[in-house]
Design a protein around this ligand. Structure first.
Ligand code: CDP
Ligand code: MG
Length: 707
């Protein structure tokens, strides 16, 4: 980075709307414990406020921590701020996301995911390292940010705890786009709201014809989006394009199509790397390499139009300068609890109207812009909800309930939620934790639960790892846990011939591990690659994503470190086993995956045993797909819901191994578990409530109704 480029970005920041309010903002933070800061996206909240507070001396008494719901945002923003502060990333300015810690002793401005701060609170409930904690992107309403809001509110309800071990009280800043700020302020004891006046320009929105109310499940919109981008490119004035799609594979397909089509338009131009006919095509999604992400923010060469094809991350978390045209697919990928299969599933769903407005607004930052929606007005009216439902009301709460319990918060129903989740979701989480032996019948955290909370993994997977560790076979389970924590490792090329070749090689890899266990295949791939002299070359030959495997190696090391630390505690469980090694591996898996057991029903159809009794089939990517024999009982890692429900990453088991565990799926009395959650309720009230519950078993009875 040259000196002048550094100077430029610092200078540029003086033109941001937030700059004029620097002094008042610093005063506002000094004057109150909680402060809500709001302003249009791109006004400079995320990159500038931490720098202002740093300049004002807040780092003398502790660090400044800024949370982000998304890892890419935490990383790229930290990069930018390090550049503006003219320091090396990881020194004064650093970031921490799950499995990637780029901070040092010197770090005083730390960007991190909300999940990371939640883990820090577990180790240090008063957040004594920090002088300021900034919760950013609160309007996104991610599960972890919502929980952090409640925890910080609770922390200040007992002032002794909040000031423990500090010379100066902790300051909390909550930043949000211009939504729900009154509600936030009211939640935080009517704290002051600082509004950064925005400059926005009008954006003309146009509806299209491609997606109507009947198309909510189709993915045909990718082609339509590409067509629209090319139309804009050939008929609109200068200005960059931002396209919203839902995920990596879709984005890559759109970029491929854009290359092809743009090339076909005119061969007279030189096709140099990603620049096609004056169009610079750039993908942007979560798991992209960081050096590529950086490119997104650089201005295109003169005379060339930039076209960024992004996930929802570009809606508020990241601001790209120069965007004048938006192409909105109208869809987003969202984690939702699927009641049909009783699990959380990533689904492509229509965005909300407020989200659509937010997307459109990205075109009007520096001058008037245009937003091309590929969906019809009717789709907008009939299929798009007004607001996005907060994550806390639509996903599994198992991990956060365990965190709360480990923080000594037993009454998880009456925790201060900004929006309360439905009680049945809390009960479901308690039930799962009980099934994994993380809490006891009275809802208290067990020793095992305290070990489990240390792992940044799904509780079931953690349970399997801990079982393996107690039997001294963690070397088999840690790599599997790591492989399941990174993006998909198997490459499936688009070209049919190449696809056949890749499939054949992947089948051979599965055969090397016995051929009947997808978890074992993951272990084999991990081990073969690790022991290879030239691992990246090995990956290339075997159609495996080298980048994903590299992450898996790093994740495995980190999980191993956590485990070692826990094993040094005296009370780590030790067990013995006298079966054979292959069985040992699968039995450990059963300890964590007995909630995901399916039994063959008829033909290729299996039936899940978790009480939902869903009919499922083995996904074609599994090495068990064509196997008929001896396959009566299986466990699986996850499901894919299309018109059918497919189970993926599958392994055959014996009924004997889960026989004693399965009753746990049905015998749990959630009312008993939740009675602990309600321990501050009087016995009399509890009885009244239980009688009413038992009589009606009405799920819609809320906690408020009975208290
Ligand atoms: O947080 P808020 O949306 O208010 O704004 P910000 O993220 O602090 O962005 C302020 C400015 O920094 C915008 O003009 C961004 O384009 C720019 N920025 C950048 O150029 N590169 C980054 N990695 C992050 C921000
Ligand atoms: Mg921001």
């Amino acid at each position: 980075m040259s000196k002048s480029a550094r100077w430029d970005s610092k200078d540029e920041s003086k033109h941001l709307p937030i700059y004029q309010h620097k002094h008042n903002l610093i005063q506002a933070v000094k004057n109150s414990t909680f402060l809500v800061v709001t302003g249009e996206t791109g006004s400079g909240k995320t990159t500038q406020l931490p720098q202002y507070l740093h300049e004002a001396g807040f780092c003398k008494k502790g660090n400044i921590g800024i949370t982000q719901p998304r890892r890419v945002a935490a990383i790229t923003v930290a990069q930018r701020v390090a550049q503006e502060m003219q320091c090396t990333l990881g020194r004064e300015v650093g970031y921490q996301v799950r499995f990637d810690d780029c901070t040092s002793q010197d770090t005083v401005v730390k960007y991190m995911t909300d999940g990371c701060l939640l883990r820090e609170i577990l180790a240090d409930p008063g957040l004594s390292q920090y002088s300021v904690v900034i919760l950013d992107e609160v309007h996104e309403r991610s599960l972890n940010t919502d929980i952090l809001l409640g925890l910080l509110k609770k922390l200040f309800s007992s002032p002794a705890k909040a000031s423990k071990g500090r010379s100066r009280p902790l300051k909390v800043v909550v930043m949000s786009a211009t939504l729900e700020t009154d509600k936030l302020s009211a939640f935080l004891g009517n704290c002051p709201v600082f509004t950064i006046p925005g400059r926005t320009f009008p954006v003309t929105c146009m509806f299209g014809t491609a997606v109507g109310p009947k198309d909510t499940e189709s993915t045909g919109y990718v082609k339509e989006v590409v067509k629209m981008a090319l139309d804009v490119h050939s008929s609109e004035m200068a200005g960059d394009i931002l396209v919203f799609l839902t995920g990596q594979s879709e984005i890559e397909r759109a970029c491929d199509l854009l290359f092809e089509k743009a090339e076909a338009i005119d061969y007279r131009y030189d096709v140099q790397d990603q620049t096609v006919e004056g169009l610079l095509i750039l993908p942007l999604y979560g798991s992209m390499p960081t050096d590529q992400q950086r490119q997104i923010f650089q201005p295109p060469p003169p005379g060339i139009r930039k076209c960024v094809v992004a996930t929802n991350i570009a809606a508020t978390s990241l601001t790209i300068n120069g965007i004048k045209y938006i192409i909105d697919s109208g869809f987003v990928k969202q984690l939702n609890h699927n009641s049909r299969v009783g699990m959380d599933i990533l689904e492509v769903v229509p965005i909300s109207k407020s989200e659509a407005q937010q997307r459109a607004g990205r075109a009007g930052r520096t001058s008037a812009g245009k937003c091309f929606r590929i969906y019809t007005k009717e789709f907008w009216e009939k299929c798009m909800p007004e607001y996005t439902v907060p994550e806390i009301q639509r996903t599994s709460l198992t991990a956060v309930v365990l965190t709360l319990k480990c923080l000594g918060i037993h009454d998880v129903i009456r925790f201060p939620y900004l929006d309360s989740p439905e009680e049945r979701f809390i009960l479901e989480a308690l039930k799962q934790l009980f099934q994994f032996d993380a809490i006891d019948r009275r809802g208290r955290v067990t020793q095992l639960g305290e070990l489990m909370v240390e792992f940044p993994l799904h509780p079931g997977l953690t349970r399997a790892v801990l079982k393996a560790a107690s039997l001294s076979c963690q070397d088999m389970l840690l790599p599997v846990a790591a492989m399941l924590s990174v993006e998909n490792i198997f490459i499936r090329p688009g070209h049919p011939d190449k696809q056949k070749e890749a499939d054949k090689i992947h089948r051979a890899l599965a055969a090397k591990s016995g051929g009947m266990n997808d978890f074992a295949t993951l272990l084999t791939v991990f081990q073969l690659c690790k022991s290879s002299d030239r691992p990246s070359e090995w990956c290339r030959q075997n159609w495996i994503h080298w980048r994903a495997l590299k992450s898996a190696f790093s994740v495995e090391t980190q999980l191993r470190e956590i485990l070692l630390r826990l094993q040094q505690k005296r009370d780590f469980p030790v067990e013995t086993f006298d079966g054979n090694k292959g069985e040992l591996f699968r039995q450990c898996l059963c300890t964590g995956y007995f909630t995901n057991v399916a039994r063959r029903s008829v033909g290729k159809v299996f039936c899940t045993m978790d009480g939902h009794g869903s009919m499922v089939q083995i996904h074609p990517s599994s090495s068990l797909f064509d196997q008929e024999a001896e396959l009566n009982w299986v466990i699986f890692h996850d499901v894919l819901v299309t018109s059918r429900v497919y189970i993926r990453t599958v392994c055959p088991i014996r009924y004997d191994w889960v026989k004693d565990l399965l009753p746990k799926l049905h015998e749990v009395d959630v009312y008993e578990l939740s009675s602990v959650a309600r321990e501050e309720v009087t016995d009399e009230e509890m009885m009244k409530w239980e009688t009413r519950e038992a009589a009606k078993r009405q799920p819609e009875v809320s906690a408020e109704d009975v208290m």
